[in-house]
Design a protein around this ligand. Structure first.
Ligand SMILES: Cc1cc2nc3c(=O)[nH]c(=O)nc-3n(C[C@H](O)[C@H](O)[C@H](O)COP(=O)(O)O)c2cc1C
Length: 361
């Protein structure tokens, strides 16, 4: 099927997921779709959005309506950004560059992953919209600094540090499907990373605590990082309101309320559930983004009503990229943007500040 046929078949974001299942190799689809362990958090992310109802107001004049917002001094046409999603050449040979072209065409920002399968500089050169670099902390402090300096030089305007996945979750679905990174896909931004030291484990030592977690960042590392860069730092993977407050106290400029799309620790609350408590804790001026199962314009509306400045889209971009490359991602973004405008118009709101909890039932 040609990509234009596929685009015609997709009327909503869930259609892209269905179509992607037909075009992606089974193991890759399972890896992307899946969550951690029993996928309780993955299901909850969707279920808790579904439970919330919009309580619309009618007969309001919305003819001056706009979804625009400003974050860190940059204009956003709509409060939607592409989440960092690693290794996009698994979805399409043009990988992150196709995604970046689509984001620019639709005036949507993009967070580029440390684990992108194309160099961060090249991806940046295709982005004309807000572009943030997402850092996965690396053991060698100076290597983190190299990555941050590269991102600054490449014109990224904010730095997101992901803190919820120092270790992969228990990914049984991906394991069952025997997922492996295809040979043609790799972490090209990390080719100059110093080799990790080899470690001998004593019989009473754990491969988790004394092994993998010895490479994980702590609050001190993040504080150090914030002091090294002039970019606003946003911490991604926050669920506890006290951690949001701590992030604010050490000088972060924002947080992403996220459980990594239900892919890391299972049995955690869904981001939409904890969002109001986090907004309350950090006050109205702190940047709070949110992700997890955003699939409809009404989902964007609910997140804004509960305190988010904007939402991120994870899997949806990967599915649309797999189905139809850059035109697929652009089409997917257009669908979501228009659905959000419809949700605003039919609930009597004409700017983001009008969307508040009183418009939820
Ligand atoms: C295939 C895949 C790869 C991901 N790679 C990254 C990554 O490199 N960095 C990161 O911070 N989050 C990563 N995430 C998490 C997303 O940024 C985001 O938090 C999550 O996908 C949001 O949920 P959604 O997929 O339901 O929209 C990844 C998610 C998926 C599905």
């Amino acid at each position: 099927m040609s990509s234009s046929n596929s685009i015609n078949e997709a009327l909503c974001l869930a259609d892209y997921e269905r179509l992607a299942k037909n075009v992606l190799p089974h193991a890759i689809y399972e890896y992307v779709y899946g969550g951690g362990a029993d996928e309780i958090s993955l299901r909850e992310n969707r279920a808790s959005l579904d439970k919330i109802k919009i309580f619309p107001r009618v007969l309001k004049d919305v003819t001056r309506g706009s979804t625009a917002t400003t974050i860190f001094g940059e204009q956003w046409r709509t409060p939607i950004m592409l989440a960092p999603v690693a290794f996009q050449r698994m979805a399409h040979e043009e990988g992150e560059i196709a995604t970046a072209r689509a984001a620019s065409a639709l005036d949507v920002g993009m967070m580029v992953s440390t684990l992108s399968s194309q160099p961060l500089e090249e991806i940046s050169s295709y982005l004309t919209t807000p572009k943030w670099f997402q850092l996965y902390w690396q053991l060698d402090r100076n290597f983190n600094l190299d990555l941050v300096k590269r991102a600054e030089l490449a014109g990224f305007t904010a730095l997101t540090v992901t803190v919820d996945s120092a270790i992969h979750g228990i990914r049984n679905r991906a394991q069952r499907a025997k997922f492996q990174l295809p040979d043609h896909v790799s972490a090209v931004n990390l080719i100059h990373r110093p080799p990790l030291p080899t470690k001998e484990f004593m019989p009473d030592e754990s491969i988790v605590f004394q092994g993998m977690m010895s490479e994980a960042p702590t609050w001190e590392d993040i504080e150090w990082l914030i002091a090294q860069t002039s970019l606003p730092v946003v911490i991604k993977g926050i669920l506890h309101p006290d951690d949001a407050l701590k992030a604010q106290k050490i000088g972060a400029k924002g947080v992403v309320v996220s459980n990594h799309g239900g892919r890391t620790l299972d049995c955690v609350p869904s981001p939409i559930e904890v969002l109001p408590r986090i907004r309350q804790k950090v006050g109205k001026d702190f940047v709070v983004l949110m992700d997890g199962s955003i699939q409809r314009g009404t989902d964007v509306f609910k997140a804004i009503a509960l305190g988010a400045n904007a939402v991120l889209l994870g899997r949806a971009q990967f599915y649309a990229l797999a189905v139809a490359g850059a035109p697929g991602v652009a089409h997917m973004l257009r669908i979501l943007r228009e659905e959000f405008e419809v949700a605003m118009a039919l609930s009597g709101t004409e700017k983001l500040d009008d969307i508040n909890p009183e418009l939820l039932y």
